[in-house]
Design a protein around this ligand. Structure first.
Ligand code: GDP
Length: 445
């Protein structure tokens, strides 16, 4: 599993939290302790862990939950947000913005540099690019062969010459050969007589190639030492991205990621296995959701916030469930559908209700909703609040006003009546108010 036991421990903590009925100081402290333990086991720097846990605890105990958010959801959101901050908060993409776009790959031998070049090539191919690769590693005899095998499989052009021992000359020749390519990737040596010589060679290559992006590959299994490595390379050359490899199954991945993020260097990709497709763009939010076992919790929280923030929506939901359901509420409901997805989907989120959605509601298309909205614009306030009064002459007037057939107005009224009936039924079966809160709550389990 991702990051070995870290994911498992954090997921269990979140599950425990989701199951708590009361969130008090004791619970918050216990949860923070669990998180501390999990992160320290994953080799996250102690100072970072202490800072993080203090922030979570302070926020959880002092911040007022936003309106419509339960204390439990609030604490979950805080943990999520602070964990995302620990990893640098924002996803940073590799932007191919000129031609040729030159990428210089750096990394110590064994870090997974060569494998990662293959992975990035595949990733770029999927995006419609066809990168070319230049091998300047003159230190490891098998480097060229390994690249040749990788690139041949993907039908990617490779320039190299195992007989040539001059890395700078190889770089120049490769540049010339591929000058019309969209993307050129330069592999470099990961080892030298000594570290200074290696850094010197990287500096010279940097001057010759003038890369648009220097990518450093760091082995994730070294844990928080990855931070030192990122700093050392950053001093030698301007590192544009970092790729952390081997995050599959290592117990120290959390340490590697957080230490690198702390240096401010952008982690753009992660390697999650030996296979060429075990590679992904790094997005702290998505990564943390997965690590905490929360699925798409972020988007759900946002969606729920959008809805909950509006008094109108809450009122509509309460009216819907209590049977006091007007055309005004139905119009609001249509607007809510726009922000939360189709009715069927919204109702499916509430266990036990999925099957009970009125057939008409589940079959509502966007076109239908829009045509209903247009019809409602031709109604008076009085009609919207008290639809019972809409009879023959009113139907004729509304149809003419909105440019539709009288049958369309009748269809709208029928839909309204059926929905009202169904909603009343649901309300009586005990949904009561706070349906949206419960809806969000369900996703935490
Ligand atoms: P280089 O010396 O930096 O070019 O490293 P290589 O690309 O030859 O990789 C060294 C070893 O790490 C190889 O056995 C790779 O299969 C392995 N490796 C590379 N990336 C990953 C990864 O994301 N996960 C795992 N499990 N192994 C990896």
């Amino acid at each position: 599993s991702m990051l070995g036991s870290l994911g498992e421990n954090l997921t269990n903590t979140m599950k425990k939290l989701a199951g708590m009925s009361v969130i008090d100081k004791k619970v918050v402290k216990e949860v923070v302790k669990d998180i501390q333990r999990a992160l320290i086991q994953s080799d996250v720097n102690i100072q970072l862990v202490l800072k993080l846990s203090k922030t979570i605890e302070n926020r959880a105990l002092n911040e007022e939950p936003p309106k419509g958010i339960t204390p439990r959801e609030h604490v979950i959101t805080i943990i999520y947000e602070e964990m995302v901050n620990l990893l640098g908060s924002e996803a940073k993409e590799l932007e191919i913005n000129k031609k040729p776009f030159k990428i210089l790959f750096l990394g110590l031998q064994g870090s997974g540099k060569t494998t990662t070049i293959g992975k990035l090539c595949k990733y770029l191919q999927r995006k419609g690019f066809s990168p070319a690769v230049v091998c300047t590693d003159t230190w490891r005899p098998a480097a060229y062969e390994q690249l040749k095998q990788l690139t041949e499989e993907m039908q990617i052009q490779l320039y190299g010459d195992p007989e040539n021992k001059d890395a700078l000359d190889l770089a120049e020749k490769g540049l010339k050969q591929f000058k019309n390519q969209k993307i050129i990737i330069f592999d470099t040596a990961g080892r030298h007589k000594n570290e200074d010589d290696l850094i010197e060679e990287m500096n010279k290559l940097d001057k010759i190639i003038e890369p648009d992006e220097s990518i450093l590959v760091i082995d994730g299994t070294i844990g928080q030492q990855a931070g030192e490595q990122a700093k050392a390379f950053s001093q030698a050359t301007d590192i544009g991205s970092i790729i952390i490899s081997k995050l599959d199954g290592t117990a120290k991945g959390g340490g590697a990621l957080s230490a690198v993020a702390e240096t401010g260097a952008p982690i753009k990709f992660i390697g999650t296995g030996e296979r060429i497709d075990e590679f992904e763009a790094f997005d702290p939010e998505r990564f943390i959701s997965r690590l905490l076992g929360m699925g798409d919790i972020r988007s759900l929280i946002e969606k729920a916030e959008e809805v909950i923030d509006e008094d109108k929506a809450t009122k509509t939901m309460n009216n819907m469930l209590s049977g006091k359901f007007t055309l005004e509420d139905m119009k609001n409901q249509f607007e809510m559908m726009n922000s939360m997805g189709p009715m069927q989907q919204v109702m499916n989120m509430i266990p036990g209700l999925g099957a009970k959605v009125p057939k008409e509601a589940s079959q509502m298309t966007e076109d239908k909703i829009n045509s209903f909205k247009i019809i409602m614009y031709s109604m008076t306030d009085e009609e919207m609040k008290n639809p019972k009064i809409i009879k023959h002459s009113r139907i004729t007037r509304i149809a003419r006003g909105s440019g539709v057939d009288e049958n369309d107005v009748k269809e709208l009224l029928k839909y309204y009546n059926n929905t009202k009936k169904a909603m009343k039924g649901i309300g009586r079966r005990g949904m009561g108010g706070g349906a949206m809160n419960r809806l969000v709550g369900q996703f935490m389990k």
